[in-house]
Design a protein around this ligand. Sequence first.
Ligand code: ADP
Length: 221
Amino acid sequence: MTVLKVTNLSLKHGQHYVFQNINFELNQNDFLCIVGPNGSGKTTLLKCLLGEIKPNTGKVIFDNHQSQHIGYLPQSQVNNPIFPASVYEIVASGTLNQIGLFAPYPKQKIASILKTLHIDDFAKRQYNTLSGGQRQRVLLARALAASEGLLILDEPSNNLDYSSRQDFYATLKKLNKTTTIIMVTHDLDHKNLLGNKILSLDPKHAFFGDTNEYVRRIHAH
Ligand code: ADP
């Protein structure tokens, strides 16, 4: 089932195109990695998908999703102290878009997310006392709490050490069984090529398609 269809998407800042004529389509349970050098428009594209920036041309059409039901994990939040709050409170805050300010938290949904991401053991701890890897899992959990089947992640492994990164990727693989994922990444280590699809915004290697085909083309260069 199609989840998202992007057609002829172009965006300009002033006279300069950030990107031009982007086309791609995602199905349920696809895992798309968006790659490209710094400044190639990856974050700007995510903001277009989220409806925060209006493109100059083209369309972003979600099937079955409203943009408020997308779980979004922006760049470099790990070291942000946020505010004095427990892990539980942070994850629960992700559900506010669905339930409104004064309704009770959906306890079962939150409990299941805490368990899936292995953060239930420290649900009562203050966020500020956690390690970088633990913090990132909490922020992922909050995004998951906000989502109904679609996660958008902007360089989520940036501030993580090697082992936390492997751990985080294993969690994403697990989540991908029930969730469509779009992730901007610089991590092109082939062992870590997670997704089944790649969108490259690199002007020299523009590409959208299967990850295996992308790897073949890169090796052929
Ligand atoms: P990436 O995520 O691939 O590093 P960005 O999407 O952050 O790239 O930026 C793409 C280009 O758009 C860059 O050249 C950047 O300087 C430019 N840009 C981003 N936001 C703005 C803005 N608000 N006004 C003008 N130029 C911008």
